[in-house]
Ligand binder design. Sequence first.
Ligand SMILES: [Zn+2]
Length: 407
Amino acid sequence: MARGRWGIAIRLILALTLLRIQPAFAQEPVRYTVQPGDTLTRIAARFGTTVGAIVEANRLVNPNLIYVGQVLLIPVSTPSPPFSGRVHTVQPGETLYRIALRYGTTVEQLMALNGLRNPGQIFVGQLLRIPEETPGTPSAWPVPFRDIRIGLTPVVQGRVFSVQVQLSQPAALEAHFLGLIFPLAPAPEGGEGLVAVPAMQAPGVYSLGVIARTPDGQTVQVGLPVQVVAGPYGRESIRLPPDRRRLLDPKLLRAEREKVLAACAPFEPERRWQGPFRYPVAQPEVTSEFGTRRSYNGGPHSSYHEGLDLRGSAGTPVYAPADGRVALAEALVVRGNAVILHHGWGVCSGYWHLQAVAVQEGQTVKAGDLLGYVGNTGLSTGAHLHWEIRVRGIPVDPRQWVEGSLP
Ligand SMILES: [Zn+2]
């Protein structure tokens, strides 16, 4: 009898314990991407949770080892703690993204703070909580840095990410990543620019250096760990007819590559494009994706496709996808009749295998202007347009440029 009562009591305590634990996970945890300057303490404070809860939810071994781009599950408890921050009333035509931009926060933070599961679920008149301003986080950065933000995350092989820097005094800015230098264009009270990740770069955590050079000759550098994740790239094998194999002469390949890189090299701080790029043909149909690992005539998959191949019969018009300046317009051996455009911010785009070229070097073009016509010149196995985009000479996936707004 006594044992039976004890049994019931123990079961009751267990049941109560489970009840106490469960509400913490009653709401699905929020996914948050770690930003430069974040610490677990700061993230916990922002979401009204504790460091311990985040450590547990993510099974972190060392809470001091988090890195930019890392995705953390944030357990959000219901009911939420009392809210003392700002409130925004959603207006017609507003998206969560626009609201986030307006208040200098992110869609993820707004979703977490308001318990939203889907960024499209807001409605006119809805009251949204806006996070407290984090005034420059003065202790996190050395002078002259006030804030550094990484955008276009997650950071993916063969894609670009953006770096936005706020400064407390004027300085020239540069980002260093994987041994390459990406100058940042001046912006009000800071600078911004794009950093390219090579398509064959192994996934992992790499250091992004941001360097400020002040007019009095001081150089200040900060390092941020950034996680690179794998891109969705496939493999293909290509057979070239014997009369075209001679074009694979390494010396010739190298010389032509250097010519293309030299045409892409100059950095112009003025950004010529606005919004997403257009496809350079009227009816885009991708026949070979960017980043596809390639083997020629049975060799290893040691190279990759540096652009996007678009279907097009010979003579199909090719248009500028964005405003730019013609940096190269000539016949090349491998790339055939070629055009390279400069768009500013170290961004250039290339159009290969053209039947004919309709622009001249040095000419300025607007988005939609005629550049030439689809053809089968150079190292090509049939009429098509090879279109590529490079940032500081690194080929990046054009899909990122047509599908979203950069930066
Ligand atoms: Zn191609």
